[in-house]
Design a protein around this ligand. Sequence first.
Ligand code: NDP
Length: 273
Amino acid sequence: MTDRYVVFGNPVAHSLSPDLHNYFAKNYAQDLIYDRVLIPEGCFESIAKEQFNSGLKGCNITVPCKLDAYKFADTLSPYAKACGAVNTLKLQSDGQIFGDNTDGRGLCDDFDRIGIDLFDKRILIIGAGGAARGIILPIYERHPKSITVVNRNKDRALELKKIFDYLEVKEFSELTAEYDLIINATSASLNGLLPPLPDEVLKSSLAVYDLMYKKDGQTVFTLKAQSLGVKHCFDGLGMLLGQAALSFDLWRGIKPDLQKTYLYFAKRLGRNA
Ligand code: NDP
């Protein structure tokens, strides 16, 4: 019988998840269908219950339902617990609903794909929202030398330090040119804006990674870094594909090849991969 999966969110029409999972299903000969389901405000629990009762095997969850999904799950992965948010639910054979968050590990899988080794490196994360929170534990598990968080609203960064006590929290004005990798986990690029990071800090970094992705791969942040001479600049497409690959693995026991997936979607978006 054909298994059914969905992505829940609001809005959801823009979600690439059906394209990604249909691509995985075709490539790995999996008999499944994958739809989008719009969740009106306050309706996550009732719709998710109804969907799982009618045979849903699993789902992805996008904005603004990740916290609802966290509450809905019967059991949680350590990554979901660390994030306080769930982006993947799976119906287990015992009838329990398992919640995971694959965003941070998806990012780390993309680091592997592009050849960024975090071991013993100094990492700077800009931003302290949901995305920043989701990437900290998987990055820490790669044994970097240090992880520093800087955020416009410092209190939010200090909240993260309460969860991840190994973080260093700084103000933008305190930053010095010492980072191997700078990750932009703010939503500033979505609005064509730059976080107030001093040029000398950005320019000394060996690589930068903007979690936001753009069709052409060039965000305002990666363009700025390139203009300052940073050679290795990446947007978040690979992370998006990586987190989807991990959801697929959770559901189907098959982990799609990330580089092959990246090449396919980069071509579809018209990028020179
Ligand atoms: P949140 O709304 O939770 O957090 C937004 C963060 O951005 C806050 O830290 C906020 O700072 C900061 N910020 C916003 N505008 C500015 C600005 N102009 N200057 C400096 N800081 C700013 O968003 P998320 O954490 O959910 O998402 C962040 C980014 O990550 C988005 O671009 C999203 O697209 C991307 N993302 C990518 C994924 C992928 O798979 N590639 C997965 C998930 C997210 P403050 O607290 O001071 O307001």
